[in-house]
Write a protein that binds this ligand. Structure first.
Ligand code: SAH
Length: 365
């Protein structure tokens, strides 16, 4: 066993001791194991990393979200103290660009304190560098629950897709939870739980009822969504969640591994590639709303960014750009709002949540 990487050895040990492992436990270990997890050991973002996100595509993304936050703050009655919370801030780029755009509303900047919820020590160090010169207080936390109380505005871009999912597979005897075991050659392999899931027809969405044999249904632990809802309801807040996923709960396998900008195998190199799964926005909304807040959307990322004026912003940036820079701005605009296969315009969606006294957030009306 000496040639087996340490995280895989740990996973095999757990399976040998306790039996096949739920997909969510595997995903949580691969991403967040304190010693060998993907997010704990590397900086996954950017051209030299494994994937590129919207704030890394263009400064316009964070700037427009900064303007959205400023409008929301006004809508909330301009509270004298406001916590700007970002879940999973990556390199800190979105927040840096947002803060620059907020200069149009100095009173908002004065009122705001930044709180970043981040598990990765590597990315925390990067965020510290990125946000070092912004002239606003910044604090780091491991979970949203650790952020001190107070009125809040939350943003999360590509955060929920990184939270662990479970899977169930439909076989002749019903829906069974899918798990990860060890095959005859000693490799990690998918297995199914021996017993069908209890109450599957109640737990699964109507779309799953007529699914063919072999169909897979994915669901997330809802604690993070419920914690978000609780904070917004208890302390009066607004949140914007952007991610890729589907508007309605449905069957389909979306768990994927990505390394070096290419798809990889989920089971073969645990901890060295990014694992994500689409966000089920219907389930996310239900979990957040259950805590007493109002949900809006999902709307396409294209609609969100156009509604916030991305075209005007792009034209303004182009007016003082070189021809090469102007071409880059056009490319970024297309990538963020277009509908092609590699564009983010409709694959990515946005939902917003508010305390019931706040009203409809900008662009969601
Ligand atoms: N929002 C950034 C980064 C997206 S990648 C961007 O758009 O560029 C996902 C981010 O969430 C990373 O910063 C990762 O370290 C963080 N993350 C993943 N799981 C987390 C968890 N359980 N708790 C806190 N942060 C987490």
């Amino acid at each position: 066993m000496t040639d087996i990487p340490p995280l895989e050895r740990e996973i095999r040990k757990r399976i040998q001791a306790a039996g096949p492992m739920p997909i969510s436990e595997y995903m949580a270990l691969c991403l967040g194991d304190p010693a060998y997890g993907y997010y704990v050991t590397r900086n996954p973002l950017g051209a030299s990393g494994d994937f590129t996100t919207a704030p890394e595509v263009s400064q316009m993304f964070g700037e427009l979200i900064g303007l959205w936050m400023a409008a929301v703050w006004t809508q909330m009655g301009s509270p004298a103290n406001i916590r700007l919370i970002e879940l999973g801030p990556g390199r800190g780029t979105l927040m840096k660009d947002a803060v620059r755009a907020m200069q149009v509303m100095p009173a908002f900047r004065e009122a705001a304190v930044i709180h970043l919820v981040e598990i990765s020590p590597v990315l925390r160090a990067q965020q510290e560098l990125t946000l070092g010169g912004i002239g606003m207080p910044v604090y780091w936390h491991n979970t949203l629950a650790e952020v001190p109380q107070g009125a809040l505005i939350v943003v999360a871009n590509e955060f929920f897709d990184a939270l662990p999912v479970n899977q169930a597979v439909k076989i002749e005897s019903g829906w069974h939870e899918r798990r990860i075991g060890i095959d005859a050659d000693g490799k990690l392999t998918y297995t199914v739980a021996p017993e069908p899931m209890p109450h599957a027809d109640i737990v699964l969405p109507p779309a799953a009822r007529n699914a063919p044999l072999g169909a897979i249904f994915e669901w997330r632990d809802e604690r993070a969504a419920m914690e978000l809802g609780r904070r917004l309801a208890d302390e009066r807040g607004t949140a914007l969640v952007i991610d890729y996923g589907h508007a309605e709960s449905d069957v389909g396998e979306t768990l994927q591994a990505v390394g070096r900008h290419a798809y990889a195998d989920v089971l073969s190199t645990p901890g060295t590639v990014d694992l994500t799964a689409h966000v089920d926005f219907q389930a996310l909304k239900r979990a957040v709303e259950a805590m007493g807040v109002t949900g809006f959307g999902p709307i396409d990322q294209s609609e969100l960014l156009r509604g916030l004026g991305i075209e005007t912003r792009a034209a303004k940036l182009k007016a003082r750009a070189t021809p090469t820079e102007a071409a880059d701005i056009d490319l970024a605009l297309l990538r963020l709002t277009g509908f092609g296969r590699s564009d983010m315009g409709s694959l990515f969606k946005a939902v917003a949540f508010t305390h019931p006294t706040i009203g409809t957030p900008p662009v969601f009306g």
